[in-house]
Design a protein around this ligand. Structure first.
Ligand code: ADP
Ligand code: ADP
Length: 216
């Protein structure tokens, strides 16, 4: 599904990634763990085409994504990659369902189709009665599930998550991890997750450990 080869990245004189090779199969949950500053977020950003490697290539479903530019890259990213962050980044003035639909509207999906898919996801996540709520009317766990629904609306090949449960209490974090596992089991959804959470790492199919810019 995803293959990164020989990834190097520096900021100024500082080498952050020193030759990383990384592969993910379809339907796999891979956790990336390691100390702060190891380069985990930098790698995730490069895998997600939010940042470019200095050297190396990232291939997603056979497309070498680091060769794409401009609109082609934005379109590819919006249709193939879902992002989940530690803080949900929902737009406060929009309802849950409107937030979920944003990537679908960017992909020019018609309103009816987008809303019907969003409702399906809300239902699947036990949030059907929250569709019209604004983010500040939702609990932390609910906000994060809305963010995951938003990440899923365009049926992306892969979900990239950076500390998705970092801002949740242990009960909500466990619920979120259960959701990832059920999306894998029922829809073969693929995940790469940067996490400090041991429980999440344990429920992954594979744990990759990073240190000083390398996978160890
Ligand atoms: P981790 O996610 O493992 O904590 P990061 O990938 O966030 O590590 O960061 C690794 C190192 O790269 C840190 O020292 C960080 O300060 C530095 N870094 C990350 N992004 C940038 C950037 N855009 N410019 C300069 N330095 C950066
Ligand atoms: P995390 O806690 O998830 O590892 P960071 O706080 O390291 O994230 O980074 C948050 C954002 O800031 C990232 O987009 C990263 O690229 C950027 N960043 C991190 N360190 C630096 C830095 N020293 N200079 C510029 N940007 C940075």
């Amino acid at each position: 599904m995803l293959k990164a080869t020989g990834i190097r990245k520096s900021y100024g004189n500082l080498q952050i990634l020193k030759g990383v090779n990384f592969e993910v199969q379809k339907g796999e949950i891979v956790s990336i763990i390691g100390p702060s500053g190891a380069g985990k977020s930098t790698l995730l950003h490069i895998l997600g085409t939010l940042d470019r490697p200095d050297v190396g290539s990232v291939e997603l479903k056979g497309t070498v994504v680091n060769r794409l530019n401009g609109d082609l890259l934005s379109t590819f990213r919006n249709q193939n990659i879902g992002f989940v962050f530690q803080f949900h980044h929902l737009l406060p003035e929009f309802s849950a369902i409107e937030n979920i639909c944003i990537p679908a509207f960017i992909a020019k999906t018609n309103k009816k189709q987008a809303e019907s898919r969003a409702l399906e996801l809300l239902d699947l996540f036990g949030l059907k009665d929250r569709a019209q709520h604004k983010p500040n009317q939702l609990s932390g766990g609910e906000q994060q599930r809305v963010a995951i629904a938003r990440a899923l609306i365009n049926n992306p090949s892969i979900i990239l998550a950076d500390e998705p449960s970092g801002n949740l209490d242990s009960e909500n974090a466990a619920g979120l991890h259960q959701l990832f596992v059920s999306l894998r089991d029922n829809f073969h959804q693929t995940f790469v997750i940067v996490t400090h959470n041991e429980h999440l790492a344990k429920t992954s199919d594979r744990v990759v450990s990073m240190k000083d810019g390398l996978i160890v």
